[in-house]
Write a protein that binds this ligand. Structure first.
Ligand code: PAF
Length: 258
């Protein structure tokens, strides 16, 4: 497994791939590291569907509107590389800010509709940062397929719309949310929860899949001592963000199956 840190090194490797090596395609899984079973499932899908799989690990500062949140983001590079190697990933791209933002973020991708609601309403500029870094990474990696988890459903929808709007030649593959045994959506942020809160936070999923009215769902979660940032039903999906004693967790479920 190769670990590459610069655009030029990645480009050299990408250009050196033979037609045969990329016959089934190049698959790409962008991440911010602190890999867990959710990421492993994206990587496994990519490994099954492509000849070559690229993983990127980059904690993108432009998508954090809060410096404290950025500082607290878990970094576990050695473990991440070990997991990637064990799964059979071909290349891990681990760039610096200078590699990704040679323009110092003078250019950005801005969406003026869905990105302003839900997570975007509470984290101004968040999705500009996400869409910009994803476009840059897709331009660097040039994959046929890129894999994103449904846990970040708003992000997934926005990336799909961006790819369509800019005629980008990549298939965005949606992968189901992976959950802990108690139903809690797997997230890198879960490592910041106490064992007690990890158990208690299972209420988030249990409540949003229940058939209760939305106000009752909110109350169930607040009764655990957590604060609900938003809880919204929108286009057949229920979205939620919860502050679990300083750790911001999001989840969503399909509500059309009921
Ligand atoms: O979902 C994430 O981990 C990030 O938002 C992404 C897509 C890697 C962009 O930084």
């Amino acid at each position: 497994m190769k670990v590459l840190n610069t655009y030029s090194d990645f480009n050299l490797w990408r250009k050196g791939l033979s037609e045969q090596a990329i016959s089934k395609g190049v698959g790409f899984v962008p991440t911010m590291g602190a890999l867990h079973l959710g990421h492993a499932s994206l990587l496994t899908k990519s490994l099954n569907e492509n000849s070559v799989t690229v993983l990127s690990i980059y904690v993108n500062p432009t998508q954090f509107n809060n410096l404290e949140d950025l500082k607290k983001y878990p970094i576990t590079l050695a473990e991440d590389l070990e997991l990637a190697k064990n799964l059979g990933v071909d290349v891990v791209f681990v760039p610096t800010y200078e590699e990704i933002y040679p323009d110092n973020y003078k250019f950005k991708v801005i969406e003026n509709d869905f990105s302003l609601s839900l997570c975007g309403a509470n984290r101004p500029g968040h999705f500009n940062g996400v869409l910009t870094v994803v476009m840059k990474l897709l331009n660097i990696i040039q994959p046929q397929r890129a894999y994103f988890g449904e846990k970040d459903f708003q992000q997934l929808m926005l990336i799909k719309s961006m790819v369509q709007a800019f005629f980008m030649q990549v298939e965005i593959v949606a992968c189901p949310t992976m959950r802990e045994k108690n139903g809690l959506a797997r997230s890198s942020r879960n490592t910041r929860l106490s064992e007690v809160d990890k158990e208690k936070a299972a209420i988030i999923y249990k409540a949003i899949v229940s058939n209760q009215p939305i106000e009752k769902i909110r109350k169930c979660i607040e009764d655990e001592g957590f604060s609900v940032e938003y809880l919204v039903d929108f286009l057949g999906r229920r979205y939620i963000a919860v502050d679990v004693h300083g750790v911001r967790l999001i989840d969503n479920v399909n509500i059309t199956k009921k």
